[in-house]
Write a protein that binds this ligand. Structure first.
Ligand code: UDP
Length: 422
């Protein structure tokens, strides 16, 4: 019986704390995914514990999100922010602490769903020590990432080996798009079981604000042409391409063009440095007057920004899925995105938005202009975008697909145990 199999599961996200504020350098899609999947699974009756590491001594050990869903922080290395490339050495401590937590609390997890390669290593250890079932979501693939970066970090060899090992030994790998599955097969390994279950979004939160309400709330004039970016300040997000594209727009000087670049940053840290660099380009291109940087946008205000925009731009060099795209689409805003990874799955060209080659500022300028100069078409794209999200990308739909997968895997164990006992 599937329902009796709903039990304690652990979502493991060593570096992406599901309980912290989103929009800063290391807090983005993964944190949102884990938190939303966790809460949606709990609504379906699972008991969900989400494990992450302390990244400050001021954080509490347990954050209860809803009746059956909580974040639990474990000590792994110093209780301070550690960049993800430096976390690996603290993983054995994380495993130890997780096992200790289970002993002390009397809870046994029969299934763990790990997120990002660091957590996959933790899951593989737990599988060896405790025989748990492991489901894994990559969020980002080293094999793809290192193709597009000039300096390859020391940790790359370990990461690539771990990513291959979990694909081959995990009970199931979740690819969030057909494109990601294809990359796993062509760049990582031909072995292992992969299911495609996409990321989701909250279709009630994103989509309840009209364009007029959004503009009124943010003080944007009805006839302004608004181009929006939402996300982390990271070079690979391609914000520079967006800024240079708007700099080339044919509508410049003819229409009231506005660029909004939303996302958090910390002065002196890598995201703060990228923001300064982007501000420098804005200045150099003479776009200062038309550009605003509202900083980190919280979940309550975000729907107003998406709704107010004429077009949301996702100019990433690579994107395994890209939550911002489906959030904007849920708000009936067309998206111009890079023709890469998950964006090829979420955006249907000329139906819900447009795709451009990454880093191609001329192509982005043309695509943005095409939408801005034809508002009726823009609205049509937005309506179709909303329909696509409703059909394919709600968190509740995603969680029920994941829940079914877990149940099937746990049932296999139950049958296996019965056989052993027989
Ligand atoms: N985000 C946010 N506030 C901000 C910037 C980003 O809430 O100021 C959220 C955004 O809404 C999305 C997530 O951070 O849910 C970014 O996810 P995405 O998959 O687009 O990019 P990633 O950060 O994983 O590269």
């Amino acid at each position: 019986m599937v329902s009796t199999i709903k039990q304690h599961i652990a979502l493991i996200s060593v570096h992406g704390d599901p309980a912290i504020e989103i929009g800063k350098e290391e807090a983005g899609g993964q944190n949102v995914y884990v938190r939303q999947v966790g809460e949606a699974l709990a609504r379906l009756g699972w008991h969900v514990d989400m494990f992450t590491r302390f990244s400050s001594s001021e954080q509490s050990t347990i954050v209860q999100h809803s009746h059956n869903c909580r974040t639990i922080r474990l000590q792994a290395g110093p209780k301070e922010f550690v960049p993800r490339d430096n976390i690996f050495e603290y993983l054995p401590e994380f495993v130890e602490q997780l096992i200790k937590f289970q002993k002390q609390s009397g809870i046994t997890y029969r299934l763990v769903h790990t997120n990002y390669w660091l957590s996959s290593w933790v899951g593989m250890q737990l599988k060896k020590i405790q025989g748990v079932k492991q489901v894994h979501t990559y969020h980002s693939l080293g094999a793809v990432k290192y193709k597009s970066v000039t300096t390859i970090p020391m940790i790359a060899t370990m990461r690539l080996a771990t990513e291959k090992a979990v694909l081959e030994t995990g009970d199931r790998i979740v690819a969030t798009s057909p494109q990601e599955k294809e990359h796993m097969r062509s760049l990582v390994s031909s072995k292992g079981k992969i299911d495609i279950i996409p990321c989701g979004t909250n279709i009630d939160r994103f989509g309840r604000v009209s364009r007029e309400e959004g503009r009124q709330k943010l003080g944007i004039k009805p006839d302004s042409k608004v181009v929006l970016y939402v996300g982390r300040f990271d070079r690979r997000k391609g914000i520079e391409t967006l800024v240079r594209a708007v700099g080339r727009s044919q509508l410049r000087g003819k229409e009231d063009l506005q660029i909004i670049i939303g996302g958090g940053s910390r002065p002196g840290e890598s995201d703060g440095i990228e923001r300064d660099r982007i501000e420098g380009i804005v200045e150099e291109l003479g776009l200062r007057e038309m550009t605003t940087f509202p900083g980190r946008l919280d979940r309550d205000i975000l729907p107003f920004y998406y709704a107010a925009a004429d077009v949301t731009v996702v100019p990433s060099h690579y994107e395994p899925f890209g939550l911002v795209t489906i959030e904007a689409m849920a708000c009936r805003t067309p998206v111009v995105g890079s023709d890469v990874g998950g964006l090829q799955f979420t955006i249907v060209p000329a139906e819900t938005g447009l795709l451009c080659p990454p880093l191609d500022e001329v192509a982005f300028a043309n695509a943005i202009d095409r939408i801005l100069s034809n508002p009726e078409w823009g609205q049509k794209l937005g309506q179709a975008a909303r329909k696509r999200v409703e059909k394919m990308f709600s968190w509740d739909g995603v969680a029920s697909q994941l829940g079914e997968l877990y149940s099937n895997l746990l049932q296999q164990t139950a049958v296996g145990l019965q056989k052993v006992g027989a």
